[in-house]
Design a protein around this ligand. Sequence first.
Ligand code: NAD
Length: 538
Amino acid sequence: MQFRENPKGSQYGRTLVVGHWIGGKEVGEKAKERFQSLNPAWRDDVVGDFPVGTAKDVEQACKTARDAFKAWRTVPAPIRGEAIGRLGQLLRREKERLSQLLSREIGKPLREARGDVQEAIDTASFFHSEGRRLYGQTVPSELRRKELETFRRPLGVCAIITAGNFPVAVPSWKMIPAVLCGNTVVWKPSEDSSAIAWAFASLFRAAGVPEGVVNVVYGPGPSTGQALVDAIDKGLVDKISFTGSSAVGKRVGEVAGRNLQVPSLELGGKNPMVVMEDADLELAVTGAIWSAYGTGGQRCTSLGNLILHKKIADKFVKRFLDQVKTLHMGDPSFDEDITYGPMINERFLKRYLEHHKMAEKAGAKALLVGERIKKGKEPKKFTGDAEKGLYVTPTLYDNVDINSELAQTEVFGPTINIIRVADFDEAIAAANGTPYGLSSSIYTNDPVYRHRFKTEITAGMTSINNTTSGAEAHLPFGGNGWSGNGTRESGIWVIDAYTKWQCVNIDDSGGLQLAQIETEGVEGGDPQDIDPLLPSKT
Ligand code: NAD
């Protein structure tokens, strides 16, 4: 590992040059094929330089993790929890510097970057003490002098593949419980956020997690990521946890399925927000702006379809457009007040600029058509370098049909579609009207609407009078349909994803007792005592 001077982007910091991290050693530093992670606000700033992980590297990492599993699984869970507790302390101590690196590498506003790191701190704090629980059960037996117990056992080698938009929070949701439960990990972070991944993984080592328990292989999805998925077929991986697009997630699920493994799949979204006629409009407008344009729409929980009751739709749109004028884009490294920074990568930028074609096809009414910010044509209050960064303005389409491709497709940029509805039935049908089911929200003060929304929405997560975003480390996070396979991150629920149940029968009878076959019955009779009081039989 070394740090290279970064002459063109020196105001941002140095360039990390590093190899994969396998069994406590750097591997592949001299690989011919390398890739770089660039600061999306200033593309001359090379944040990190990494080898492209080959199938051989992936295999080596999986075998190392398999070896390390033998010892790690036997470490008492409270002791494993102590290491996670120390990880939390280190994250807390380094929160500001990690947040700055995170912001530099993926362009997230600093206060959101701090939130990203804070989520990992909260997750470590939750799982620190979970090492002292990881409860099983004692279960009564149907036979005498026999007792039954259940235990959670670790799964083995966990392959973890993550997207770049929550580069510390989301990996922490997977790696912390996986390690706490006694598993070992091979992590392929996003190519967009490999430097912050390196920093996060280094903290596991500093926290006292033994070498080989957490291994990191860098590289692009179609090559290195695919090699890690292929490792399931080779018998090198016992569990895969994937966060990313629905298209890739489905393929990961197929490979896991044919190996009879249950993957954790956290995928895309086209999240709806409903605003009913009785809503507090000021609150709803502010919530919609944050849901849609916060993080430049590059959150899996970003708002996609804004479903407005037609009685308030015009008023809402006017207030929304007034508030959009106050938004403030720019370079997060030098301006703490931005609403959102650049697009994370060229791929997201291209997809955003191309999504307008779907709007044309849908016959949507264009109220704001987002475009790339160009030098000399920057919006008011813009504080970045338009030529060097991947900046865009926001989009708003009105009169969109929920069945159009525009309303059915995740864009992953600052864009929303307004769908106007006449009543609650139409609103909930539109909210449930895409194949996704990650997050959702409703603004209303009517208890009947609230109750109906909670019980009828098919998304895995919903908010009443709040935005479509906002996870907490002790609440289950995840979606249904194209948004995931029903497994959940966070809290006690995620433990099911990283352990398997074992049941133990302990027979102290000294003889051969056969459950079901030799189980005692109870003798009973007719309920004669109460018979006179009951109505006569007809
Ligand atoms: P992506 O699927 O292209 O990439 C995600 C990860 O998978 C990256 O590490 C990538 O390198 C890897 N990858 C890509 N192709 C692969 C392949 N063939 N085999 C194995 N790995 C492969 O996703 P993206 O476009 O970079 O990220 C944005 C997507 O992630 C959006 O759809 C967003 O909604 C989703 N996301 C979901 C959640 C969630 O918790 N539900 C959180 C964050 C992001």
